[in-house]
Design a protein around this ligand. Structure first.
Ligand SMILES: Nc1ncnc2c1ncn2[C@@H]1O[C@H](COP(=O)(O)OP(=O)(O)OP(=O)(O)O)[C@@H](O)[C@H]1O
Ligand SMILES: [Mg+2]
Length: 340
């Protein structure tokens, strides 16, 4: 698939032009003609909070598609809507409008029983506060065993699975320790083991490294990458930390409750056989063709109110509205003339 081709609900297009033809690092290459059903599909998702008569539009028509097995980070400034999105995807909150379907479950229409099943079997979560993820009076091994007991696995299966997951997350040495006897990084890695214990289709993490120092954050992000690769669980991390993009192939930026750009990383082998990581940023185009121009593009050409568009054979040009520019210059001249 070409990178500039429209996929079902959105497409990506190059930023920082002119850079020639976009590369071939499109997410979730499904192979020619194969249509993949996404594990997460949000279309025009809206969440409005009303408190004391004041409305806050936390999500303003967000579009996001994540295919099975992908590892994706959503990054954005504080207040951009990251936690709102994750709370909806985890089934703890209901959107005001739009649609959100996760692993075949429609989050807008699901009833109480379906919600319970969804939270038990379909999704696993890791939250920022280490204390929210683990029961303080249970050991690491006991914490991991809890979701397995809920899903009705046999005792021997549970013991084997607990060991396997603690080893996978390099916290085997913590199996008999309670959370207050572990470091922050060990607690979050154990929390990851708990989140994936019931073999959910989708793993959701809200600022999983928010309470950790830089070196420990890297360990936890690499552990998430390992879990995604080993278990194939579709993984979505939301964070304000832009360095997360160094650990994932696809980073989606969220701005004012909407996805605005995507950064795709791929590995290339140069002519000397050395591996190089290449990151490219793309603008997101929604189903009806809307896209957000990056703020630095808008500022550098002083784009306002309206722009001129031109369709070329292989790209679209965007120019400032020259008439409006002229009018603004004339107004400035008149004002300066009046002052003199
Ligand atoms: N329960 C709520 N009631 C009212 N407003 C809310 C509620 N939850 C979130 N908001 C508002 O919605 C917007 C998005 O909040 P959200 O918590 O999703 O941001 P965030 O990107 O997770 O920020 P941070 O990086 O600080 O965690 C903010 O303006 C916030 O004040
Ligand atoms: Mg948040």
């Amino acid at each position: 698939m070409r990178q500039d081709e429209v996929r079902d609900d959105m497409a990506t297009t190059t930023r920082g032009m002119p850079r020639g033809v976009p590369g071939d690092a499109a997410p979730a290459e499904a192979g020619a003609g194969v249509v993949t059903t996404p594990d997460i599909l949000c279309q025009d998702l809206v969440r409005i909070f009303s408190t004391d008569g004041v409305e806050v539009q936390a999500l303003q028509g967000l579009n996001l598609r994540i295919d099975p097995g992908e590892l994706v980070a959503v990054v954005g400034a504080s207040g951009s809507g990251k936690s709102t999105l994750l709370t909806i995807l985890s089934g703890l909150d209901r959107p005001t409008g739009g649609s959100a379907v996760v692993a075949g479950t429609d989050l807008l229409t699901m009833g109480r029983r379906e919600r319970l099943r969804y939270q038990r079997y379909t999704v696993g979560f890791v939250w920022q506060q280490t204390s929210r993820n683990l029961l303080p009076y249970l050991t690491a091994a006991e914490n991991v065993a809890v979701p397995l007991a809920i899903t009705g696995r046999s005792r021997s299966h549970r013991a084997a699975r607990v060991n396997e997951l603690l080893e996978l997350l390099a916290v085997g040495h913590c199996r008999d320790r309670r959370p207050d006897e572990m470091s922050g990084g060990e607690q979050q890695r154990t929390a990851l083991a708990v989140a994936v214990a019931g073999s959910p289709r989708v793993l959701l993490a809200d600022e999983p490294t928010g309470e950790l120092d830089e070196a420990t954050s890297v360990e936890v992000l690499e552990a998430m990458r390992g879990v995604n690769a080993e278990l194939g669980v579709t993984t979505l991390i939301v964070t304000h930390d832009p360095t997360v993009s160094e650990h994932v192939r696809r980073t989606v930026q969220i701005r004012d409750g909407r996805t605005s750009t995507e950064t795709l990383r791929r590995t290339e082998v140069d002519e000397h056989g050395a591996e190089q990581h290449v990151a490219e940023e793309f603008a997101v185009v929604d189903r009806v063709g809307r896209l957000q121009l990056p703020p630095d593009f808008v500022a550098s050409l002083d784009l306002r109110d309206r722009v001129r568009l031109a369709l070329e054979t292989d790209h679209v040009g965007v120019w400032p509205d020259a008439t409006a520019d002229r009018r603004r210059a004339e107004q400035r001249d008149e004002t300066n003339g009046d002052d003199r």
